[in-house]
Design a protein around this ligand. Structure first.
Ligand code: MLT
Length: 240
């Protein structure tokens, strides 16, 4: 198995994901919000690259058929139904709903990674489900960290390193330099994931906006047993 990690979605080039399993990671917070929405019974989630695109799509589908979701600078976009805090995505709010989802980095990375063979959305909260699927599929893997506005983010890389560590325990893997670096960072931080989220740039920014509770939620390993997978432009719950 070959494993390539990308520190940011901006590193992706045409055809680089063809025939690969892809894990897209946005630990703070898009991956977790997606997992929470599916866990709480939403029908599907359409990731889009911008709030403007979300509005266009909403007009095509019809306002009454969708929830408009996402953030700009960490806060709910004006006129949207929900922001990007997983706490907003409760069962009564999202059950059976189609969500159009636009966030600064996470939804954009998912759209960019759509050419993979199977594209799953991973984070600490659904680590076990995602790792098991990747092992069962037994194909070359690309781990796409969403990063922060084109730059490296510690929390996504540590999570990527956790996947690499787990997969290397089970399979002989040929890993790229970024994957090796991510595995080292995971080893350094594995005993205190919450501290990583509290001290990384985006975690500090979210805390400054009053979202400290989100950091604790996003640091909980295997708390949301759900497998979000991108199919035909929509994220749904994976069933084998
Ligand atoms: C993103 O996609 O950039 C993040 O999920 C931002 C956030 O924390 O809301």
């Amino acid at each position: 198995m070959k494993i390539d990690l990308f520190f940011t979605a901006e590193e992706l080039r045409e055809n680089i994901l063809t025939d690969k399993t892809v894990i897209v990671i946005d630990v703070l917070r898009a991956s977790v919000t997606i997992a929470q929405a599916l866990y709480n019974g939403c029908k599907d989630i359409i990731p889009v690259e911008s709030a403007e695109r979300a509005l266009d799509l909403m007009q095509k589908i019809g306002r009454q058929f969708v929830l408009l979701c996402g953030e700009r600078d960490g806060q709910k976009v004006e006129g949207f139904d929900l922001g990007n805090s997983p706490f907003e995505y409760t069962e009564p709010v999202v059950r059976d709903k189609t969500l159009i989802f636009a966030t600064t980095n996470g939804s954009k990375a998912i759209v960019k990674a759509a050419s993979g063979d199977k594209v799953v959305i991973g984070s600490f909260v659904n680590f076990k489900e995602v790792a098991e699927l990747v092992l069962n599929l037994n194909k070359d893997l690309a781990i796409v960290c969403s990063g922060k506005e084109g730059k490296f983010s510690l929390e996504d890389t540590v999570c990527g390193g956790m996947f690499i560590n787990k997969l290397q325990e089970q399979k002989k893997a040929d890993v790229n330099d970024a994957a090796q670096a991510a595995a080292v960072l995971y080893q350094k931080h594995k005993d205190n994931l919450l501290k990583v989220l509290e001290t990384c740039d985006h975690g500090k920014f979210l805390s400054s906006l009053g979202f400290e509770k989100d950091l604790a939620f996003c640091s909980q390993l295997n708390s949301l047993p759900v497998l979000p997978i991108l199919e035909n432009g929509r994220i749904i719950k994976y069933t084998a």
